[in-house]
Design a protein around this ligand. Structure first.
Ligand code: ATP
Ligand code: ATP
Ligand code: MG
Ligand code: MG
Ligand code: MG
Ligand code: MG
Ligand code: MG
Length: 235
């Protein structure tokens, strides 16, 4: 009967690779837009940095973080975002939110087709390797940006300044540094109706409560300063 049939076919289970992530390691998932060179062209992205697209990416990443509290930090630049998990979790929410929030950022530019993202999972065994991973992605942002903003030549900064009168250091931080998403506690003041005692019933009272929110930063993550300022991330 059905039980027999099931056990007959069950051998295919062995084809599932053991993809358990090594315990005690940081798990990083990096999503990168598929063929975004074309996607950007088709949707008239401003070159080399379309801030609408960067803000949309960050909105999506914030949405993902709010749904998955296991993510302790995220870093994004260009068409990619890296999410750092304390442990393995479900993260297939990205594409849906990109389409959902498109109109909020691109207004009258119609979405011609839904974007795709490839994803890869990598485990890093120590705090140092995780920091180095994030530094690597920020260095990539810097290199690509200087290249995209300028030319191929060796002294890009100098050429930018002398020939185009662009001081690279005055370019927006979001372009040069990418976006770091971290959790921060904020004090929120709300009003609450008083239940008791009877003579106070129905009156409104101000109460403060602390909430954890995801905030975007455009700071250096290369070097020690960031990690000294936010020791709780790697706790
Ligand atoms: P692949 O599928 O291999 O990732 P790709 O075309 O997505 O190919 P990437 O190396 O990921 O190539 O580069 C992303 C490209 O998308 C950039 O080179 C740029 O053309 C475009 N792009 C991504 N984000 C932006 C943005 N915010 N503003 C302008 N262009 C962008
Ligand atoms: P980008 O992330 O700049 O959009 P990409 O989409 O062409 O580039 P990916 O394959 O998504 O490249 O990898 C992301 C980054 O990792 C790139 O900067 C790429 O140069 C680098 N990279 C990919 N594979 C390797 C590797 N085996 N060794 C070193 N660097 C690599
Ligand atoms: Mg890629
Ligand atoms: Mg891409
Ligand atoms: Mg590529
Ligand atoms: Mg990319
Ligand atoms: Mg690159």
């Amino acid at each position: 009967g059905a039980t027999m049939a099931k056990s007959k076919f069950e051998y295919v289970r062995d084809f599932e690779a053991d993809d358990t992530c090594l315990p005690h390691c940081w798990v990083v998932v990096r999503l990168d837009g598929r063929n975004f060179h074309r996607f950007a062209e088709k949707h008239s992205f401003i070159k080399p940095n379309d801030s609408r697209a960067l803000h949309l990416m960050t909105k999506c990443a914030q949405t993902v973080m709010n749904e998955l509290e296991d993510i302790v930090i995220a870093y994004g630049q260009s068409d990619e975002y890296s999410f750092v998990f304390k442990r393995k979790s479900n993260w297939f929410k990205r594409r849906a939110s990109y389409v959902f929030y498109w109109r909020d950022y691109f207004e009258d530019q119609p979405l011609l087709y839904p974007p795709g993202f490839d994803g890869r999972v990598v485990v890093y065994p120590s705090n140092q390797t995780l920091k180095d991973y994030l530094s690597w992605r920020q260095a990539d942002c810097h290199i690509n940006n200087l290249y995209n903003t300028g030319t191929l030549a060796a002294d890009k900064n100098e050429i930018l300044f002398s020939e185009f009168n662009i001081n690279y250091n005055n370019e927006p931080l979001m372009y040069r540094k990418g976006t770091v998403l971290i959790w921060q506690k904020v004090e929120e003041i709300t009003t609450k109706e008083v239940k008791l005692p009877a003579e106070m019933e129905g009156k409104k009272m101000a109460v403060t409560r602390t909430r954890n929110v995801v905030v975007p930063l455009h700071c250096n993550i290369i070097g020690d300063a960031f990690w000294k300022e936010h020791p709780e991330i790697l706790d």
